[in-house]
Design a protein around this ligand. Structure first.
Ligand SMILES: Nc1ncnc2c1ncn2[C@@H]1O[C@H](COP(=O)(O)OP(=O)(O)OP(=O)(O)O)[C@@H](O)[C@H]1O
Length: 253
């Protein structure tokens, strides 16, 4: 088996004890192969972020099972979960969330310093990831001296500096203009070509067209999916648009 993520019968209910519980995820089955680049789409409130949070171990499912890289997360202690999160997951959000009083170098190095890595190893890793992402010249700057796109690249460096098995991104281009968004997606494609698995939430079909596969969530359930296969990016883009509009038409009926 070559899955990086394997989810069985996953449900998340918020406010379970109240009279109006929210069924954010309902019996989700989902798996993702190592090296895949998958997007999650769907309307607001569909459960996209909840699904990412359950996979990234920042939220606990009400029911069901999540396996990350072959490891059943349900059975792990909180210490083991922290270790697993550090070793396997890189997280990227809409905002880079850099610490403003640290340089870009120090921000990227930050997760490594928390786990007592040697200074030389930290330096090697920071330099290497900055070269890979093309921001070596920014390392001495502070976030306020950089553009939004540059800060997002630094946030991605921080997420991947420990060479995680999977990069999980929630609307990583949501704060960026179109040119910077495409640049970030080309970067994701290049990381994916180097072997990194990527799972990303986006509302934008153009951004989703960089992936291998798109799953569409509505009302906490996976309703549809499309795969790129041997389509051109343009053909795949139109298929994603069609999938989104088909669901919108169902809502209007
Ligand atoms: N902490 C919480 N407490 C209670 N309800 C929550 C909580 N987080 C999310 N929800 C509810 O769960 C459902 C799914 O929310 P979620 O944030 O996963 O949707 P989403 O698809 O990511 O939406 P958006 O695209 O607007 O970010 C929504 O009805 C939301 O109101």
């Amino acid at each position: 088996m070559n899955s990086i993520i394997e989810i069985k019968n996953l449900s998340k209910i918020y406010d379970e004890v109240l009279s109006h519980p929210t069924f954010a995820l309902k019996n989700i089955d989902f798996s993702m192969e190592k090296g895949e680049f998958v997007c999650i789409m769907g309307p607001s409130g569909a459960g996209k972020t909840t699904l990412l949070n359950c996979i990234s171990l920042t939220d606990t499912p009400s029911q069901g099972n999540v396996q990350l890289d072959g490891q059943d997360v349900h059975s792990l202690s909180s210490r083991e979960l922290t270790k697993l999160r550090y070793q396997k997951l890189g997280l990227v959000f809409q905002k880079a969330n850099l610490l403003h009083y640290l340089t870009i170098y120090e921000n990227i190095a930050f997760p490594l310093t928390l786990f007592n890595e040697k200074t030389k190893d930290i330096d090697d890793k920071v330099q290497q990831v900055a070269r890979n992402v093309g921001i070596e010249e920014l390392l001495k700057k502070y976030p306020f001296e950089c553009s939004g796109g540059q800060n997002q690249r630094a946030g991605i460096c921080r997420a991947i500096v420990n060479n995680p098995s999977i990069l999980i991104a929630d609307e990583p281009t949501g704060n960026l203009d179109s040119e910077n968004s495409h640049e970030i997606m080309r970067l994701f494609q290049s990381l994916n070509n180097q072997g990194m698995s990527i799972l990303m939430v986006t509302h934008d079909p153009m951004i989703a067209s960089y992936s291998h596969r798109v799953i569409y969530i509505k009302d906490g359930e996976i309703k549809m999916e499309v795969s790129r296969e041997n389509k051109t990016q343009n053909e795949y883009f139109y298929e994603i648009v069609k999938m989104n509009s088909k669901e919108s038409l169902i809502i209007m009926e």
